[in-house]
Design a protein around this ligand. Structure first.
Ligand code: HGA
Length: 612
């Protein structure tokens, strides 16, 4: 996926542009390029393939300038090649673009007619037409701002773009619709970036543009407008993203770093929908009136599927809508009938998971209203959905999902509240209780991380096991499934997740002396039932690791002594699945470290699964 950086600086921007692009490499790309302004012209260097190729090109044919833009491209229109690499330009303007201009063919034709065919297109991209359209208005004598004002309303599709203009060393224009873009504020310098990561070493003062915003930046600051050109105020935040984020920092593995980022990214995700002052949740508009929804059909793969399973409990209990969950590779071939006025929900970190995407297309044929939860706003799943809920997990490098999962849970919890509000099945008092429970999650998550050392000790007691069981009831059941998956993925130990009440219907036969059982048991309505299941395990010699709050642990100990306990904060059971995910991530991590596996890139697995 593409990355963007723009620098309106006080010194040569070229080394910082290349460095910024390196920070965006994790997204995946096929070519890269930069362009800078100097006294005579806009100068550009581009290269197919890795950034080292671009760096070599810049070494061989140096350019310099204080104002510049850079791009890593992941082709959507036109093969990966130097010609198709961004920036695209005329002699007056250069542009880098993320997303897809859907009406680019019409725009090309229109421009050719207007100019009697004098515009020469040199690439197969959708992006290039935007450069030529802006160039056309600049040629008519318009200012950069006026030229962009003319072009913006004509663009259909998704874009995040940044432009520089020959003869205007004091300004740069950026816009976003569907693809992310942030402004960075420096000391007498200003920046654009597709995420804060690109800007991390340059500035921590960031303003995330909202959908439909565009901005003119100068060394003094930014004028931000909506698509109609009305000025809008946007908050400047101190980003938590640091220069170290792209690397492992002081962490031994990306997975551990990502586990530790959870308090921040859960908080970032909540910020998009939760108002802590009014204790309310406001969701973006859904593609269907919630009152009319007959059924929710949720589809995902792997960890995201377990997030859907948790959401099923929330949606059914709070919003009283029947919800079904499906694995992407099953739904797409099952030919299941989907009801009129159904809401089809798709959850995918990358938004590119093939089986999830194909299921979405199936749901589209079945005339469903399509809502997706993704971590990558410009992804295909997002583009093909009627509405999108974004997680704010930031880049997740470790193959085993951690922070993507807990942010998915966070936004799905908010979605369930939003649906329930609209359907009138949740009163304001309970909404306030749930909102305040959610608002506490980042702080509580930080507390849970304090158990890291204790969990590392527990890991030593189970790392030699052949089989490990994870169990829970209610929303703890999908967390048990996720715990087992996490352990399998990175430690290669065979693990099974079960609904605790299901053990006696078969799997109990496998419990014998010292078989580890991870029991996930928040103090909720089902606690006593789970505690009885613990007794059944202990009676058969099972080594129970009991994850509960203080009250739950005390109660359990009066019945049977687990081999070890992990004490969780006392929280509303509604948010427990988000928090109880953290100890099982840490446990899997420490077991894997003890086993000496490749934690971040486990054998046979890939991060974004774009094949069947
Ligand atoms: N459509 C443009 C940009 C592609 C993109 O955003 N990729 O993630 C192109 O194909 O060049």
């Amino acid at each position: 996926m593409c990355g963007i950086i723009g620098i309106l600086g006080k010194q040569d921007a070229v080394p910082h542009l290349v460095d910024g692009l390196r920070r965006l490499e994790y997204r995946g790309y096929d070519s890269a390029g930069i362009a800078v302004l100097n006294d005579h012209a806009i100068e550009r260097r581009r290269a197919k393939g890795k950034l080292d190729n671009l760096a070599a090109e810049v070494d061989q044919h140096p350019i310099s300038g204080q104002v510049g833009i850079g791009h890593t491209r992941w082709a959507t229109h036109g093969v990966p090649s130097e010609n198709n690499a961004h920036p695209h330009m005329t002699d007056k303007v250069a542009i880098v673009h993320n997303g897809i201009i859907e009406n680019y063919l019409d725009l090309r034709e229109e421009l050719s007619e207007k100019t009697n065919g004098s515009v020469e297109f040199t690439s197969d991209t959708d992006t290039e037409v935007v450069a030529h359209m802006v160039g056309y208005y600049l040629d008519q004598g318009m200012s950069p701002k006026d030229a962009v004002t003319e072009v913006l309303p004509r663009l259909e599709g998704a874009f995040g773009f940044v432009m520089i203009f020959h003869g205007h060393e004091d300004l740069m224009v950026g816009a976003r619709q569907g693809s992310p873009l942030a402004i960075g504020y420096g000391e007498g310098e200003m920046f654009f970036g597709s995420d804060a990561l690109a800007l991390a070493p340059l500035t921590r003062r960031i303003c995330y543009l909202k959908e439909g915003d565009w901005a003119v930046i100068t060394p003094e600051g930014a004028d931000i407008m909506d698509m109609q050109g009305n000025p809008v105020e946007r908050e400047i935040v101190q980003t938590a993203v640091s220069g170290a984020t792209i690397g492992k920092g002081n962490y031994r593995h990306f997975m551990l770093k990502e586990i530790y980022e959870q308090p921040t990214v859960i908080g970032d995700t909540l910020t998009t929908v939760l108002n802590p002052a009014s204790q309310t949740i406001t969701m973006p508009p859904l593609p269907v009136n919630a009152k009319n929804i007959t059924k929710v059909t949720a589809t995902a793969c792997g960890t995201a599927y377990y997030a859907c399973m948790v959401a099923k409990y929330w949606v059914e209990q709070l919003a009283r809508i029947p919800m079904e969950t499906d694995i992407g590779s099953e739904l797409r071939y099952r030919g299941t009938p989907l009801p009129e006025d159904g809401l089809a929900l798709f959850v995918s970190q990358s938004g590119e998971t093939m089986d999830t995407l194909e299921s979405l297309r199936y749901a589209r044929q079945e005339k469903q209203n399509i809502l997706s939860v993704v971590n990558v706003p410009e992804s295909t799943v997002a583009r093909e959905s009627d509405a999108v809920l974004l997680t704010q997990a930031g880049p997740e490098i470790g193959v085993a999902s951690t922070k993507a999962f807990t942010t998915q849970l966070t936004i799905l919890a908010c979605m369930a509240i939003g649906l329930a509000k609209e359907r009138g099945t949740l009163d304001a008092k309970r909404e306030a209780e749930l909102a305040s429970a959610l608002a506490e999650v980042p702080g509580r998550a930080a507390e849970v991380l304090n158990h890291d050392e204790h969990i590392a000790e527990i890991a030593k007691t189970i790392s030699e096991a052949r089989d490990i069981f994870y169990m829970g009831r209610g929303t703890a059941y999908p967390i048990a499934l996720e715990g087992a998956l996490k352990l399998k993925e990175i430690s290669y130990i065979h693990a099974e997740g079960y609904a605790a009440g299901e053990m006696k219907h078969g799997p109990l036969a496998l419990i014998e002396d010292d078989v580890p059982i991870i029991m996930i048991a928040p103090s909720d309505d089902l606690f006593d039932k789970t505690a009885s299941n613990v007794q059944e395990m202990v009676a058969r010699g099972g080594r129970v690791i009991f994850i509960s709050d203080k009250k739950g642990i005390a109660k359990m100990r009066r019945m049977a002594e687990p081999a070890a306990c992990i004490e969780m904060p006392d929280v509303d059971p509604f948010v427990a699945p988000i928090l109880y995910s953290i100890p099982i991530q840490l446990l899997a991590y420490h077991v894997a470290v003890l086993k000496g596996t490749d934690v971040d890139q486990p054998r046979n697995l890939a991060k974004s699964v774009t094949v069947e």
